[in-house]
Design a protein around this ligand. Structure first.
Ligand code: SF4
Length: 283
């Protein structure tokens, strides 16, 4: 049987992110997590929207799709539901996912679609050259907030727990070992797994963003029970620090499992013929 190595998961295209960009760490962690899990390259789909992180599928030696701005999750959902055997990983930035694509996150999470969504969060629009994003901290000057950001900062961890995501984690792109471990766990989780990545944009937030993330983050202790929603909200509500690790995790039926139950019930009850559908309609 073929043994997959990091090389197999790489494409021939070299990344063109700015030197020092956090996206390099995310890409490397994804390569390593896939190698660890030994998932065949032809069984993987990496889906993205638009933005610097949206370039990521092009650097993978797997199937990939670079879609429209903010529409990563509908495409990823379709790819998964079309072939449940495949591993689908959606990637994007904070602008793509938490702004224009924000309406999709709640539904992918509450339906528990069995995909992994990795968000490279640098608190800025990088590709369009430095406008404030939903996670830009209050008071930070950007191209669109000359006197400092005046909008409250979006809290993705709190939001995803509230949306009933069954796996919610945070990692820091500079720690590739820890990121690899958490991404591997997110991929093997049955259901919607969400991974928020502290990922510096050295060009529009400056190299200091590495120090800022390092100073504010801490690793969740091993004794922590991620199935406790109240504790998870306590962590999420503390906006002075960034907890790294699995913040919330609880198993529940995935969308495809629940749908299969509906199919079986409908077939047993003869619903297709009651609805006047063709006798040989396969449910
Ligand atoms: Fe990375 Fe920022 Fe450069 Fe985009 S603009 S590639 S996010 S450092």
């Amino acid at each position: 049987m073929k043994k997959y190595t990091v090389k197999d998961y790489k494409s021939k295209t070299k990344p063109i992110w700015c030197p020092g960009c956090g996206n390099y760490g995310i890409l490397n962690a994804i390569y390593r997590a896939l190698e660890q899990l030994q998932i065949p390259t032809h069984k993987i789909g990496i889906i993205s929207g638009i933005g610097c992180a949206g370039r990521l599928p092009g650097y993978m030696g797997t199937y990939g799709f670079n879609g429209l701005h903010g529409r990563v999750l509908p495409v990823a959902t379709g790819a998964k539901m079309a072939n449940l055997d495949n591993t689908i990983i959606a990637v994007g930035g904070d602008g793509d996912g938490y702004s224009i694509g924000a309406g999709h996150i709640g539904h992918a999470a509450r339906k528990n679609i069995d995909i992994t969504y990795i968000v490279s969060d640098n608190g800025i629009y990088g590709l369009t050259k430095g406008q404030a994003s939903p996670t830009t901290p209050l008071g930070i000057p950007t191209k669109t907030t000359y006197y400092g950001n005046i909008g409250a900062t979006f809290n993705p961890i709190r939001t995803l727990i509230a949306y009933k995501a069954s796996f919610v984690a945070r990692i820091f792109s500079a720690d590739i070992k820890h990121s690899t471990d958490i991404i591997a766990k997110a991929i093997t989780h049955r259901g919607f797994s969400f991974v928020e990545v502290l990922s510096p944009c050295v060009t529009f937030r400056g190299k200091d963003q590495y120090d800022y993330f390092r100073e504010k983050s801490f690793y969740i202790p091993e004794s922590y029970d991620p199935s406790n929603e109240v504790n998870a909200f306590d962590y999420a509500n503390d906006e002075d620090v960034f907890e790294l690790g699995i913040i919330y995790k609880k198993s529940r039926p995935t969308y495809d499992e629940a749908l299969e139950e509906v199919r079986i019930k409908a077939k047993k009850d003869g619903v297709p013929s009651k609805l006047g559908l063709l006798n040989n309609f396969e449910v």
